[in-house]
Design a protein around this ligand. Sequence first.
Ligand SMILES: Nc1ncnc2c1ncn2[C@@H]1O[C@H](COP(=O)(O)OP(=O)(O)O)[C@@H](O)[C@H]1O
Ligand SMILES: [Mg+2]
Length: 384
Amino acid sequence: MAYQEKQLQEISRQFQIYGEILHAETLKIGHINETYSATYDQGGMRVRYIHQKINKGVFKNPVAVMKNVMRVTTHIRRKLETAGARDITRRSLVVIPTRNGQSHHVGRDGEFWRTFVFVEGVQSLEAVQSPDQALQAGRAFGEFQSLLVDLPGGRLHETIPAFHDTRKRFGALQQAIAKDHYNRARSARPEIEFALNRAGLVGVILDAMAKGKIPERVTHNDTKFNNVMLDTLTGEAKCVVDLDTVMPGCALYDFGDMVRTTTSPTLEDELDLSKVKMHLPIFKQLAEGYLSTAGAFLTPAEKSLMAFSGKLITFEIGMRFLTDFLSGDTYFRIHRPDHNLDRCRTQFKLVESIEQQEKVMQKFVDGLDRGTARKSKRRAGQGS
Ligand SMILES: Nc1ncnc2c1ncn2[C@@H]1O[C@H](COP(=O)(O)OP(=O)(O)O)[C@@H](O)[C@H]1O
Ligand SMILES: [Mg+2]
């Protein structure tokens, strides 16, 4: 049930916002967050704010979520200021504290609320419609990671532990197959076989991280295109939102999830599998955008697994859908029978499509990287 205007106004008044509240309304009731906006009259100017209710079911420790969000947004802002960047209030979320200086407000019903400055003149789109938008997405998330490479103050809280522990996800699938509690394994034979045949994928990044070949970084962990705010006039990415899952991770998980969510023009539960395909022109723009902002800090080992990461993250989500199908659909909400199996098939079809093009994809990434290295060498030469 969405909140009524009167309740929203009361919540809104708990934050350090000046002026007179004019109205408050629902902006989006998503899978995870409930997002509302409130408009204030500040000396004759209308100013909007975002109020968001944190989902306590998903985030067991909302205080830790907000600590992460505060650290990340403060650091980004400071770096943009130091760099003399323009348009700073549209380049990163700004948290508005409560009247008693807290990062969040706990309502009478025990719900957690936080408030951001409303970023004006931007929009988020559900799906990538052009290669340039893929470039913008890659650039935005690459920049986000790059601004956070030197985040001081130790590790962020792991707000969802083992989020991309692909080995653990594979183990959970094996268990669900062995239990087959709902007698559904027989209707998912090809998918089960597909997953078991790819056991070798699940440890690649984890092992590289454990051996210190790939560093842990601050990552966004929800790099869907609708979390990129694009300037409504220029189409340029301004900032990224949805910072609840920002935590320690692997840079490649963010890139991999971008590949998964942007390179196929289909929905996550597309039934016509012939339409599910990794589109190379979109991948190329995504990689170009990402390397334009992340290329300077990524190590050769990270870059060498960029195409692979798209395959791995798509495989991981496919495994999770399959596991949930076999376990009675307890995690992902379904809207029709076999919905999770359909979702799994879509993901596995995309995995297959990436497999067929993985070499070309990685070759393109390697070429981009060499191009960037040549350019910066030339620049260094000019400077001396
Ligand atoms: N500070 C903001 N200014 C303007 N719009 C915002 C802001 N924060 C979020 N939004 C809009 O609300 C949508 C939902 O917010 P988000 O934090 O992504 O939650 P979720 O995706 O979990 O529903 C975003 O896609 C964006 O369009
Ligand atoms: Mg979102």
